[in-house]
Ligand binder design. Structure first.
Ligand SMILES: CC(C)(COP(=O)(O)OP(=O)(O)OC[C@H]1O[C@@H](n2cnc3c(N)ncnc32)[C@H](O)[C@@H]1OP(=O)(O)O)[C@@H](O)C(=O)NCCC(=O)NCCS
Length: 215
């Protein structure tokens, strides 16, 4: 197997990261199409292309060229961050996030350079109970590179960064249909807090924030 390197992303990786974010978003369908759940992510997202597209989507293979795909791609500009936002938010003076990339290194003699095949995007949070924590917001490995330990390597690197920064916990969330990802996290030693402690995950969408803030 070709060797894989996990490293901190640089600003120059933003194009590759954004492409992977969009590929990930394109392989999903709105939650509204999954039976009883009514809300769709896109209508709650900001026109500036802010974060948040991924939570409202469930997996579905999308046939290239169909109307659904075209609509989905058109909507990606609002359901995924724009390039400028990704750069500014990750590589500006006060970064909102940090990112690891997984790249396949070329074997000696190969003409091309390393190829980015996955990412893990994380940031630091703070708990009144446990102090410094790290939160893995999103992890993705291109389908053709899955099952080779790359996702696990990204997760292990996040754990290493977390310990180096004095964090006592490494948290993440996963949708209930994503059993394989859940199994992976459990196999790596994570606890399912919904099962163990009954936590519910809440968020205020932009409209709710406007009402709260009176803006
Ligand atoms: C979850 C994910 C990052 C794992 O990456 P990976 O490189 O395949 O992970 P590893 O090779 O280290 O581990 C593979 C294990 O992950 C599990 N897995 C989870 N989702 C999988 C998928 N879509 N395809 C293959 N394996 C998957 C497998 O059960 C496998 O376990 P096994 O080796 O015992 O069979 C990757 O599958 C992925 O990008 N999935 C789509 C995005 C996603 O669901 N992200 C997580 C929640 S936001």
């Amino acid at each position: 197997m070709a060797s894989v390197r996990i490293r901190e992303a640089k600003e120059g990786d933003c194009g590759n990261i954004l492409r992977l974010i969009r590929v990930k978003a394109a392989g999903r369908k709105p939650v509204s199409q999954r039976g009883s759940v009514k809300k769709v992510g896109a209508q709650h997202l900001g026109p500036d292309g802010g974060w948040g597209g991924s939570e409202g989507w469930a997996p579905q293979a999308v046939a290239p060229g169909c109307a659904h795909t075209q609509a989905l791609f058109l909507s990606l500009s609002v359901t995924t961050p724009m390039s400028a936002a990704l750069r500014a938010d990750g590589f500006g003076e006060n970064p909102f996030y940090h990112c690891l990339v997984a790249e396949i290194l070329p074997v000696p003699g190969e003409p091309h350079g390393p190829c980015v095949v996955g990412y893990g995007l994380y940031y630091f949070i703070y708990s009144t109970w446990t102090g410094r924590n790290v939160y893995l917001e999103d992890i993705y490995v291109k389908p053709e590179y899955r099952g080779q330990g790359i996702g696990s390597k990204i997760i292990k690197k996040v754990a290493e960064v977390a310990l180096d920064k004095g964090c006592s916990q490494f948290r993440l969330a996963v949708l209930d249909w994503n059993k394989r990802a859940m199994d992976l996290y459990k196999a790596l030693g994570a606890q399912d807090l919904t099962e163990a402690e009954g936590w519910h995950s809440f968020r205020f969408e932009r409209e709710a924030m406007r009402e709260l803030a009176g803006k």
